[in-house]
Design a protein around this ligand. Structure first.
Ligand SMILES: C[S@@+](CC[C@H](N)C(=O)[O-])C[C@H]1O[C@@H](n2cnc3c(N)ncnc32)[C@H](O)[C@@H]1O
Length: 352
């Protein structure tokens, strides 16, 4: 998934540094999980994973990728559906996704509020999704909830289907990467008919635990060999930029406002997006957490100053800073042009 600060492409480099610095253990806390990509990487390395994020859609991804350790046969559901796949060989998940791809579209909350026809009365009718895709998203989301209420899904199966939807939607959204605004003209990908995609299921040999909580409040309860911190590094809050993924995940008919149809996010503001509170939040994690290693991923353009980070963390053990260049593509505000920019990725390594 395209996500601000997504570490997917940096993980091999980060892990190489872990090996060089002999950072190892059996348990790993992904303190700012986002897409869950970091947790997934270390789950594959057979660490016991803990992870958390303020966003509920991130929790959905964490439940599906990190918590789940089953094959998921969708036994109850498939028995009830009595559906025949057109494919010769397919997994139970592929079969359920194929079923969801042929159900009747519905005019639900997403269609009503984020597609142009029903929002014509607004000064700027909302063009996040085509009418067709808005109705497809609603139909799939409602069907998953109906199956849950009919007790046809296990908890893991429910979150896996939601994760399939959360991972698919951005491919059909008429946006430049984030949901804070929509394009005024249709992007080619947004007018293609949405096809729900499957997600890969990962397994390891541990019970993994995931949370939808402010991690600063959670650390006192989590003991792990490695804490990996990848907090926001500027003033840009995540909740307004991904409000639609949150609404699709929760499907709670929120009160929405403004041109972009934003839900309230007053409870999901991060202290790391404020230069004054970021250091205090970091210090709380360093003091209250139980870890052998605390590794902070940050960036040379972040709002916490390097000296301040070092001085704060040095109170708790030996601190070392490792930096490497990272080529980032930056798009301008409306996503039209892109330019390359080198930024310094930083790893602050604290050994207790
Ligand atoms: C830089 S992103 C993490 C990206 C992630 N490592 C990845 O690869 O996708 C920062 C994340 O921290 C979350 N966040 C910010 N403050 C938080 C807090 N106090 N507690 C929990 N999550 C928080 C945001 O919602 C966002 O998903």
């Amino acid at each position: 998934m395209r996500y601000i600060g997504n570490k997917e492409n940096l993980l091999p480099q980060i892990y190489e540094i872990f090996q060089q610095k002999n950072i190892q253990g059996k348990s790993f806390f992904d303190v700012f999980s986002g897409t869950a990509n970091v947790g997934k990487y270390f789950k594959n390395l057979d660490y016991q994973i803990f992870s958390s994020d303020l966003m509920y859609f991130s929790y959905v991804l964490q439940k599906a990728y990190i918590c789940n350790n089953e094959d998921c046969q969708f036994e109850k559901l498939l028995t009830k559906l009595n559906f025949r796949s057109t494919k010769l060989f397919c997994s139970p998940l592929e079969m359920v996704v194929e079923y969801l791809n042929q159900i009747e579209p519905q005019e639900g909350f997403i269609y009503q509020n984020y597609t142009p026809e029903p929002t014509q009365h607004l000064e700027k009718p909302r063009m996040y999704f085509s009418s067709e895709n808005g109705k497809i998203i609603d139909a799939i989301r409602l069907k998953i909830e109906q199956w849950k209420s009919e007790d046809l899904l296990t908890e893991n199966e429910y979150f896996i289907l939601l994760a399939c939807l959360i991972e698919t939607v951005p491919f059909y959204a008429n946006i430049a990467g984030v949901f804070g605004a929509f394009h005024k003209k249709w992007d080619v990908r947004a007018i293609k008919k949405m096809e729900l995609r499957t997600i890969p299921l990962l397994k390891n040999n541990h019970q993994n635990f995931v949370f939808n909580q402010n991690s600063v409040d959670l650390v006192s309860q989590i003991k792990a060999d490695i804490y990996y911190l990848d907090p926001p590094y500027n003033q840009r809050q995540y909740a307004p930029n991904y409000h639609l993924l949150e609404t699709i995940a929760k499907y709670d008919n929120p009160i929405i406002k403004g041109v972009s149809g934003m839900r309230d996010y007053s409870e999901q503001k991060s202290g790391f997006c404020n230069a004054k509170t970021a250091l205090q939040e970091l210090e709380k994690i360093a003091t209250l957490g139980s870890y052998n290693y605390l590794v902070l991923s940050y960036n040379s353009e972040g709002i916490m100053q390097s000296d301040d980070i070092i001085n704060t963390l040095a109170k708790y053990g030996n601190i070392e800073l490792v930096e490497f260049d990272y080529l980032r593509f930056k798009s301008n505000n409306n996503g039209q042009s892109k330019h390359k920019k080198y930024v310094k990725e930083q790893l602050y390594i604290l050994k207790r």
